[in-house]
Structure formats: structure tokens, C-alpha cells
Design a protein around this ligand. Structure first.
Ligand code: MCN
Length: 781
């Protein structure tokens, strides 16, 4: 096919958008089934307390309430606990005691949503608690006299696990011999993905067919089916999970939550559909949060700025249940990407996870697996080193980048990076923003007492969970899948094992198929989210859809093409070897006039298949990636700070991303805009805060601040392309990259603006109040 005609790499408009823009999307709460009941959950007001009594009658006496489920009921049914993604177990409804504010205590089922809430409210008034001492600080939780939170565990400690990776001895030696050592403590705050559509489900158990249809706003429908089968004991083939349009996920819709299990139990008991949809406050209080890493980073280097070793120690607050989105064999996930884009000869990393009386955590927020924390830490500390050495941050980075000729690059912490040209990417960002002119401008402004900063972040991401030997969920290996059915008229139905939440798969996966088969994008329909129709897959998160299901899609299309070639040879009365596929047609080599279109071949597959060839034209491909993909980027941010108010204004932000071969540049740009906006919110606004009694002080949008269009800066984006050598079309994931890379660029810019005052670090979120105080401490009015 002539390159100009290829649909891969074209900014095809998103096929899904007309229905979203017209309000015609079908989300979970739009679904109303006949005879449907509604469920509401009673939650603990205490962060740590014994539950003495749950007098159901209070709710049952409310008109319309038909059932109440308690932890005791579930315990009798053997359903009191469910597994988390980290392999810990979590109470479905409180049994004996509660461990965080907002924990699920009882479920109330009623004829209407209002009655369910009234019933839950009535019950909440009379649940008897005996408050216990609360610990919200992970360091205090590790002290010998701290209350033991998880009495259900054999280990009588709040310490969950210790993990280390790297070469301790070699790293110690490098530090002992180093000319320069910098050390920086960095806190990555607790944040929450807060998708606009909160979590919810409808459990619909049909007693006659003994089948459960489970509608859920899910990023991973097949994984949910398997987990529900494991938790409920229902046979998996009797469960159908349907994930309708998903109103944002960002990692929040990967876990199985208590509400899901309770709705299933209620539907099994009552033989009627049961809907549960949480409120915003419930979402912010009790679904899993992300980050909350207390990190110490040290870099050993030569005086000329060559890095020699990296040493990191981290305390991870995992809340009341260890729910870390961590389907890898490493408990700290992919935190070991912490050497970043730099050629460290050696490194050593330790992570300790701790229980506290806070919501279960360690889960994803547009990046799971701890890549965000790792990238932020290394990018922050490289700036501290640059400051120590009196070097410009870009010069330090250019000196230490892994050079292109070293790929595939074995990192000292065990990864093999696939490809990249970090210097090219950084130089492109510098050219676009006019880096050296900005430095001159900054110098001039400083002389005038004005505060301007330039922040750089040159991150390496690690995305695409698989491969299967490294990743699994509940033992299920992390591959992904695609099924392609070609109809007799040449129109194509594609189903994959992932589930988009706004990422545009209906368009980009159609582009992959259209490109491989030489047919119009509009002839391809992509469907995801129904476990009865889609092949098994592990879902959409970790920017894995393109590296796994995208690859499966290309490979399935190639299988279809291979069969189509056989049929074409039959139609052309030529041998298969002589048939060439070009410009969307099959023709006999050397005789382009003797050709058939893909549509003609599809028709023949059903009406006139060659002897010995099965009728029909379809293929399934399960793709187990040989490695992860390693996208990267160079982000540069320019800020001005108002001395009077401490307000930071992001004047410019240039993001150059390298996600390998680009399927759809417009979709990639949209992903980058979204991720940068989230990174901006994390850097300047968002934080889940608990008081010392374990009260969540950020449980609505007036206290947990998300950026709106009013605050969001203008993003300038561009790309470099180093294809992944092990992906069939060379693509790497991109969805998380901007959220991984941008927080450091923002913070580095603010610290740079204040570095001449001796400021080396400020923890996120960087609020005007924090800056204002720093300025006053330095006598700046
Ligand atoms: N793409 C492309 N070329 C590439 C790489 C990707 O055209 N080289 C396209 C893909 O085909 C896909 C989109 O970009 O349409 C994102 O692809 P990918 O990076 O594979 O990420 P996923 O589809 O797996 O999405 C996951 C990622 C994550 S981890 C979170 S969290 C996230 C995100 O994407 N949540 C989102 N983006 C989101 N966007 C929206 N609107 N809503 C969310 O909840």
C-alpha cells in the first residue's frame, strides 16, 4: 500500500465521539432493569473501632427496605473477605472492627434509591462502635507501641512487607568512593483518581437460568468475572460481565469493591436485579487511593556530573488493606524504573509497606505500579544534583542519558529497555521552547527581583503489563487478545479483551485493522466490554492496551490476511506464493491487473471457499508480549511566581513524547493533554488529607480540588519516534506518560524559580500558601 494512503498514523476523528457528544453514551446508571432494587451502604464514621452491634431493624422498619446484609451474614455464608489485587484480603463488610473512615459496615436494599439511602441513614444512627486508638502516620504505625491494626493476620505488626532490589554492596562502595553525594527526602502525596462517573454495578441473578449478569463500570471485565467467580463461588461460565460506557477510570475501576460483592449476594438472595452506585464522597473515602510514598533518594556522582550510583529508601502507606495494583511479581511494582533515563552503573532500592487507619491504597491513578513515584523521585533528585554541582539541569541530563547505541539497555535494577533516543527528545523540547533564551530571560528577571523558573523532566515510562512471566492477576497471566470477524460483505467486527474508558480504542484499533487489511476505517467496528462476546483479556490500565491488545489486533488481522491470501489465490487461479497484497488488493505478482479486493475475498470465504479451506473469515490472537515497552519524554515547564500571593502561573509547557509508532496522532495528543492536566492537578492542587483521628478531610470536590479549564495551562506537544522493536507495529503505550513525567517538570520549575534563595525542594501539592510562607521566611514581601 502506498504510504500516503495508509490509515495508520492519520488523525482519524474518534468514531466514539458523536455518541458521547450527543449525550447518547450508555453508562451504568443509565441502565434500568425491570423489578430492579437499589442498594446503599452504611459506612463507618470512625477510622478504628470495634463494631459492637448492627441492629438491622432500624433499616428494615423504613418503608421500601427489603433486606439488610451485615458482615456477620457474609461471614456465615463464607463471603466476609475478598482478595485484593496485591494478594491481601479485605473485609467485604466489617466483621468485628472497622479500620478506616468510610469502611463498609452494612448494605441496605430497597425498592427505590431514596428508600435505600433512608434505610442506610436510619441504620447508621444506631450502629454501636467502641472507638480504638487511631494511627494515620506510617512512621508512627511502625513504632513498637503502635496499635496493631490487622488482628486477622498472624504477624502482629503493621509492617506489611519489605522489598529490595539491586546490588547493595556495589552501591555502598560507589557511595563510599564518590566525589559528590546528594540526598533528598521527597513525599509523593496521597491522591485519588476521582473519575467523573463513580463506581457502581447492577447484579442480575436469574434463578431460572442460574446465570448472573453483572453490569459494572469496569476497566477489566474479564478479570472482574474471574474474581467474582472466586469470591462468590458461582461457576465462571454462569457469570456474564458487561461494562457499558465507562465515564473515566484512571485506575479506580480495576479493583473489585465491597459494593459489588454485596449487590451479587443481594441479587442471589432476592432473585431480582440490584443496583449500587456510590456517591462522590463514598468514592473519595473508600475506593482505593494512589501514591502516598515517603522516599529518600541519594545520588553519588563525580564532580563533573557523571552519575555513579543511586540509593533509595521508601515507606509506602498502604492504608487498612494492601490493595496495591500490583499484578507483578515485585511487591513494590515497577518502582524499580527509578534509575530513569540515566546510565547508572549501580543502584539499590528498598521499599517497606505499612498499614494505617486510612482507606486501602497503593492503587493506580493514571499509572499504577509505582512508576509515577519513581519518575518523580529521580527527576527531582537529578535537579538537586545539578544544583549541588552548579550545572544546568539539561546539561546534567544530557551527560547521563543512556545513549541510543546501548539499547536494548539492561538497567541495573533488572529491566531491559527496548528503545529510545533521549537526547534527541530533550533537544527537540529545548528547541521548541527556546531553552537558552529562557535562561537568559531568567537571569535578567532575577536581577530585577522577579521570580521565574524553568523545570525539566526527562522520564522513562514502563508500560504494557505483561509479559506473562512477569505479571499476573490472581494467577492469570497478563497477555491480551483480539478476535476479528469478517462478514461476507467485507465489513469487520473486532473484539478485544481490554476495555477503554475514553482512550479512543474504537478508532485506533479500527485503524490498525483497516491498515492491515487495506479497508476503510468505517468498515471496522470495535467492541469491548462484554465477557460473553469478547475474548479473554486483562483490561485497560498501565497503558497496556496498545502494547498488548493493540499487538493482538495487528496479529489477528495478519491471520485474517493470511487466510484471505489463500482464498484470493483460488479466485485468481494462481498459487498462493504468487499472490501479492498491495494497496488493499491481492494481485498476481507481475500482473497488477489480475487482482481481487478484500471485499471480494470476504464474499468468497462464505460463498466459494477453496477446497480444503474452512469456510468463513475470522481469527483470534492471544498476544503475550516478549517485554514491556518503554516510552519516554522530555517536558519543559516555565513558571512565573507572584511574590505577593505565592501564586504560580504556568506560562509555557512543552511536552515531547516518544511512544514509538503512532497509530493516531490526534488521539495521542488528547491523551497527553489529559495526562498533563492531571499531572498539573497533582502538582498544584490535589491531595487526600486525613486528620489525626483518621477523618478524611478531602472527600468532596470542594476539598479535593481538580483542575478545571479555568486553571489548566495551554499545552504544547510534539513527538519523536523510536519504534519498539518487539511490537508488531512498533507502538508503545502513551496513556500514562504525561501523568508520570509532568509532576517533576512543574515542581522543578517552581524550585528553580526559588533556588537562588537556597530552596532545594517543595513537596506537592505546591499551593500558593506554601510558596507565600517560603517567600516570607526568606524576607521576600
Ligand atoms: N495510541 C496511539 N499510538 C500509540 C500509543 C497509543 O494512537 N503509539 C492510542 C491508543 O491506541 C489508544 C490511546 O492512544 O487509543 C491510549 O493508548 P495506551 O497508551 O495503550 O493506553 P490504554 O488505552 O491502555 O489506556 C490506559 C491509560 C491509563 S493507564 C489510564 S489510567 C487512563 C488513560 O489511559 N485513563 C483514562 N487515559 C484515559 N483517558 C480517558 N479519557 N479516560 C481515562 O479513564
Amino acid at each position: 500500500m502506498a504510504v500516503a494512503e495508509r490509515v495508520l498514523g492519520q488523525p482519524v476523528k474518534r468514531k466514539e465521539d458523536p455518541r458521547f457528544i450527543q449525550g447518547a453514551g450508555r453508562y451504568l446508571d443509565d441502565i434500568v432493569l425491570p423489578r430492579m432494587l437499589y442498594m446503599a451502604i452504611v459506612r463507618s464514621p470512625y477510622a478504628h473501632a470495634r463494631v459492637k452491634a448492627v441492629p438491622k431493624e432500624a433499616a428494615l422498619s423504613v418503608p421500601g427496605v427489603v433486606a439488610v446484609i451485615t458482615g456477620e451474614d457474609l461471614e456465615k455464608a463464607g463471603l466476609a473477605w475478598m482478595p485484593t489485587l496485591a494478594g491481601d484480603k479485605q473485609m467485604v463488610l466489617a466483621v468485628g472492627k472497622v479500620l478506616f473512615q468510610g469502611q463498609e459496615v452494612a448494605a441496605v436494599v430497597a425498592e427505590t434509591r431514596e428508600a435505600a439511602f433512608d434505610g442506610a441513614h436510619a441504620l447508621a444512627q444506631v450502629v454501636e462502635y467502641e472507638p480504638l486508638p487511631v494511627v494515620v502516620d506510617p512512621f508512627k504505625a511502625l513504632e513498637p507501641d503502635a496499635p496493631i491494626l490487622r488482628e486477622d493476620r498472624e504477624q502482629k505488626t503493621n509492617h506489611i512487607w519489605h522489598w529490595e532490589v539491586g546490588d547493595r554492596d556495589r552501591t555502598e562502595r560507589a557511595f563510599a568512593e564518590a566525589e559528590v553525594v546528594v540526598r533528598q527526602e521527597v513525599y509523593y502525596p496521597r491522591v485519588h483518581p476521582a473519575p467523573l462517573e463513580p463506581c457502581g454495578c447492577i447484579a442480575d441473578y436469574n434463578k431460572a437460568t442460574e446465570r448472573l449478569t453483572f453490569y459494572v463500570t469496569s476497566q477489566a471485565p474479564h478479570a472482574h468475572r474471574t474474581l467474582l467467580a472466586l469470591v462468590s463461588g458461582l461457576p465462571e461460565h454462569k457469570i456474564r460481565v458487561i461494562s457499558p460506557d465507562v465515564g473515566g477510570g484512571f485506575g479506580n475501576k480495576v479493583p473489585v469493591y465491597s459494593g459489588y460483592v454485596c449487590a451479587v449476594v443481594a441479587s442471589l438472595q432476592l432473585g431480582r436485579p440490584v443496583k449500587w452506585v456510590e456517591t462522590r464522597t463514598e468514592n473519595l473515602q473508600s475506593t482505593h487511593f494512589a501514591r502516598d510514598f515517603h522516599m529518600t533518594c541519594e545520588i553519588a556522582a563525580d564532580r563533573d556530573g557523571r552519575v555513579k550510583a543511586l540509593r533509595v529508601k521508601t515507606i509506602a502507606d498502604h492504608g487498612a488493606f494492601d490493595a496495591a495494583a500490583n499484578p507483578s511479581k515485585f511487591p513494590a511494582g515497577l518502582f524499580s524504573i527509578v534509575t530513569g533515563s540515566y546510565d547508572f552503573p549501580t543502584a539499590f532500592v528498598e521499599v517497606d509497606a505499612v498499614y494505617t487507619n486510612t482507606a486501602p491504597g497503593g492503587v493506580a491513578y493514571r499509572c499504577s505500579f509505582r512508576v509515577t513515584e519513581a519518575s518523580y523521585l529521580i527527576e527531582r533528585t537529578m535537579d538537586v544534583l545539578a544544583d549541588e554541582l552548579g550545572m544546568d539541569p539539561v546539561e546534567l541530563r544530557l551527560k547521563n542519558f543512556i545513549p541510543p547505541e546501548k539499547f536494548p539497555y539492561p538497567s541495573p535494577l533488572g529491566w531491559t529497555y527496548d528503545s529510545g533516543n533521549y537526547a534527541e527528545t530533550l533537544k527537540k523540547a529545548m528547541d521548541i521552547i527556546g531553552y537558552w533564551d529562557l535562561r537568559k530571560e531568567q537571569e535578567e528577571k532575577r536581577k530585577r527581583g522577579e521570580l521565574m523558573g524553568i523545570g525539566v523532566s526527562t522520564f522513562t515510562e514502563i508500560v504494557g503489563a505483561g509479559p506473562a512471566h512477569t505479571f499476573d492477576i490472581a494467577g492469570i497471566k497478563m497477555f491480551d487478545s483480539c478476535e476479528i470477524r469478517v462478514h461476507p460483505t467485507g465489513k469487520v467486527l473486532v473484539r478485544t479483551g481490554v476495555r477503554h474508558q475514553g482512550q479512543g480504542h474504537e478508532t485506533t484499533f479500527a485503524q490498525i485493522v483497516a491498515d492491515e487489511l487495506g479497508i476503510p476505517v468505517d468498515d471496522v467496528l470495535v467492541e469491548e466490554g462484554d465477557t460473553d462476546t469478547a475474548p479473554y483479556g486483562l483490561g485497560t490500565y498501565a497503558s497496556r492496551s496498545t502494547p498488548t491488545a493493540g499487538a493482538a489486533t495487528a496479529m489477528a488481522a495478519r491471520r485474517v490476511r493470511d487466510k484471505a491470501r489463500k482464498i484470493a489465490a483460488h479466485l485468481l487461479e494462481a498459487s498462493e506464493e504468487d499472490v501479492v497484497w498491495e494497496n488493499g488488493r491481492f494481485h498476481v505478482a507481475g500482473a497488477p491487473g489480475r487482482s481481487v479486493s478484500f471485499q471480494e475475498v470476504a464474499f468468497a470465504a462464505y460463498t466459494n471457499p477453496p477446497e480444503g479451506v474452512e469456510p468463513g473469515l475470522e481469527a483470534v490472537y492471544y498476544y503475550n508480549p516478549p517485554n514491556l515497552t518503554f516510552p519516554n519524554g522530555a517536558y519543559i515547564c516555565v513558571v512565573d511566581i507572584d511574590k505577593g500571593t505565592g501564586q504560580v502561573k504556568v506560562r509555557r509547557f512543552v511536552a515531547v513524547d516518544d511512544c514509538g509508532t503512532v497509530i493516531n496522532p490526534m488521539v495521542v495528543e488528547g491523551q497527553v493533554h489529559g495526562g498533563l492536566t492531571e499531572g498539573f492537578g497533582i502538582a498544584f492542587m490535589q491531595e487526600i488529607v486525613y486528620d489525626e483521628n483518621g477523618n478524611n478531610l478531602s472527600s468532596d470536590f470542594s476539598t479535593y480540588l481538580l483542575p478545571t479549564a479555568m486553571e489548566t495551562p495551554k499545552w504544547e506537544t510534539d513527538r519523536t519516534v523510536t519504534p519498539s522493536p518487539h511490537h508488531p507495529i512498533g507502538a508503545k503505550g502513551v496513556g500514562e506518560s504525561p501523568n508520570v513525567g509532568s509532576p517533576a517538570a512543574f515542581v522543578n520549575a517552581v524550585v528553580d524559580a526559588l533556588s537562588h534563595l537556597g530552596v532545594r525542594h517543595i513537596d506537592m501539592p505546591i499551593t500558593p500558601w506554601k510558596i507565600w510562607k517560603i517567600l516570607r521566611e526568606h524576607g521576600i514581601e
